[in-house]
Design a protein around this ligand. Sequence first.
Ligand code: F0G
Length: 457
Amino acid sequence: MKTLIEPFKIKSIEEIPILTVEQRTKLLNEADLNPFTLRSSSITIDMLTDSGTTAMSAKQWAALMDGDESYAGSRSYFKFEDKVRELTGFKHIIPVHQGRAAERILFNVLDVKGKTVPNNTHFDTTRGNIEFNEANAVDIPCPEGVRPDIIADFKGNMDLDSLRNVIKEVGTENIPVVMMTITNNSGGGQPVSMANIRGAAKIAHDNKLPFFLDCCRFAENAYFIKQREEGYADKSVMEITNEMFSYADGCTMSAKKDGLANTGGFIAMNDDMLAEKSKTVLIVTEGFPTYGGLARRDLEALAVGFDEVMKEEYLSYRLGQVKYLGDKLVEAGVPLLLPTGGHGIYLDAKAFAPHIKPENFPGQSISCEIYRISGIRSVEIGSVMFGKKDENGNHIGPAMELVRFAIPRRVYTKSHIDYVAEAIIEVYNNREKLRPMEITWEAPFLRHFTAKFKFVD
Ligand code: F0G
């Protein structure tokens, strides 16, 4: 059988709001043309993020009831720790409430001030945590990774020559850690090959630098390796996962993604000293090391989630659902980042709305119009999120202007996906009506969350 089906049936449902175009137009204007600030009660299909938006399984809900809410030494922690160790092999496993808490701890204990952190592409909170500590976050994606139109198997890879060059330029003493994000979220949810992980780790280790994975979507990355990289087709997802982590000295994880739960994360490492320092920061800012800012029942849900995410039926459905949406858009001629990645589709806003200059935020304009006609929420990943100004006030945009439709795990059915495709295609067919925009207010850090916009034509 070739038909893609959800490998689960639905036990409990949640109604979704369906508003009129007039209602949505009014709400969007009241939200200053920033879908981020809309209430979820006005969203029909929410593709803002795949983070913490997972539908948990009946087994996870049952596990929640079994949570041991002891402050110290909770048995729920040990279940979680065993599972994470089975996946990663790391010696020290420290729970945190979400991924950015792991990042905050890492960049605090590594004393990064004034130094440089290379990464294939930093996610915005990773960059935020590095810059907040007065360090420099450098993105070194492979060249095809910033070309939406090039089809390649591992567009999430790091450019290893650039890594060597950065190390040579700034000196090993000025690099506290080499990071690798799997999958490469800001680069389109694109996978990183085992060869690239191995290569980056070797360069780091040859220079006596620690190598850490930002591993939010490790299972999706492992399944891409199984499908695409020579020599891995017959390996299990667990074997591939173990090998990926074997090259790293530690990792930061937002378990709101491949933990298949609504909250949680961890920082893990082999180094005893670093772990001690991390636990001290954890106790001051998150909680005791056997719960790290989470309810202990959340650790139970994660322990089950880590089992479920490794199932091949799940991963083939997951990546298949993203591809299904991508294929429908390709068929209609919509420009998007190809091949489709692991957790969503990314429209190529430059090609979608070429009449809008990057400084007038084509991606934001597309995202607003899709919400207005359909109630689907997406997020701009382009000049709004990463744009800067030079000393003369000229716009400096990122390499790509994208609009991400992140697909929550196990939440939407095939007919929901058909509806999303229809909305995107309708806006694409009327693309000349999309209007340029300007920011009227912005916050100093991570401006995309709260910025206000107006149309400028
Ligand atoms: N690293 C990556 C690659 C991420 O995608 C995220 C979150 C984080 C770190 C931070 O984790 O949210 O648990 O603190 N990404 C979400 C997204 C928010 O929508 O892509 P967090």
